[in-house]
Design a protein around this ligand. Structure first.
Ligand code: ZN
Ligand code: ZN
Length: 278
């Protein structure tokens, strides 16, 4: 980096784009390649994406197997930029029969790691430091800036976590059952002590088969779940069928993968979950 040039960051997740803006401030330009209307589960880089990202110093990926196209992307970029898998050294939750962690979609059905690490504030605090360290390497002249912004943001994240804990505390322990249309909340459930109940066949990433719907209805009927939470990838028709047949109400939607703000996503999800379950 020379002179006043800004660091160009190309992000493969809208949440990581927010992190880049929080830590980078006015020293970086951020290109959000997927955007809040896209899904990281189905995204594939195109010629258009590569054009938008052209000249980037740093690519941000979630890692943990979320982006099966990364080897191809790396070969296209070559040595011109670093591809940072932000989640790589952040703790993982493993998918297994009794861990309460589930497979999310066909793209990840062969993995044993749940890629949705971003539903934990503690993980974002680590991610903030990981990104700041890399920005300092790329742009050492602005070290003091990145140190200050990352410290301030880690503090904001801590405050959000404390707030979330006080909110969740208003839900009786027996009601902390999180039934979702997408198996994305394992990390959230672990942090805030919910039991995760992902329903199969009710989001657009999975085929909606009569067998899945029957299973979802049976699961809901034998639990004390108070509400089902749709998200940005839900299949509204399948969810309505399951809700009617089980008698469990549909709550307003929560966000799994795509939101313009990390803290905004937590505020929305925690508020929505608390309102529906307390
Ligand atoms: Zn997935
Ligand atoms: Zn997801």
């Amino acid at each position: 980096m020379a002179g006043q040039a800004k660091v160009k960051i190309a992000s493969l997740s809208p949440l990581l784009a927010d992190l880049a803006r929080q830590v980078g401030g006015d020293k970086v330009t951020v290109v959000d390649l997927i955007g809040t209307t896209g899904s990281p589960h189905s995204f594939q880089p195109t010629t258009q994406t590569m054009k938008e990202a052209s000249g980037a110093h740093l690519y941000l990926a979630s890692g943990k197997g979320l982006e099966p196209y990364l080897p191809k992307l790396k070969s296209l970029i070559g040595d011109s930029a670093l591809v940072l898998e932000v989640g790589k050294n952040i703790r993982s939750l493993e998918i297994s029969n009794n861990s309460g962690v589930y497979v999310c979609c066909p793209n990840h059905s062969h993995g044993i790691i749940d890629p949705h690490w971003w539903h934990s504030i503690e993980n974002w605090r680590k991610a903030t430091s990981v990104l700041a360290d890399h920005l300092i390497k790329i742009d050492p002249a602005n070290k003091a800036h990145y140190k200050a912004t990352s410290m301030a943001y880690r503090e904001q994240l801590s405050q959000t976590h404390s707030w979330a804990k006080t909110q969740v505390a208003t839900i009786p322990k027996s009601a902390r059952l999180l039934a979702t249309a997408h198996a994305a909340f394992g990390y959230f459930c672990k942090d805030y002590k919910f039991k995760s109940i992902p329903l199969r066949g009710v989001n657009s990433e999975q085929a909606s088969s009569p067998q899945y719907l029957a299973e979802a209805i049976a699961t809901l009927q034998k639990s004390d779940v108070k509400a089902i939470f749709p998200d940005e990838s839900s299949n509204p028709k399948a969810l309505l069928t399951v809700s009617k047949a089980s008698g469990v109400k549909l709550a307003p939607k929560i966000y799994s993968d795509s939101h313009a703000s990390i803290i905004g996503m937590f505020q929305h999800n925690v508020t929505t979950i608390t309102q529906a379950l307390k």
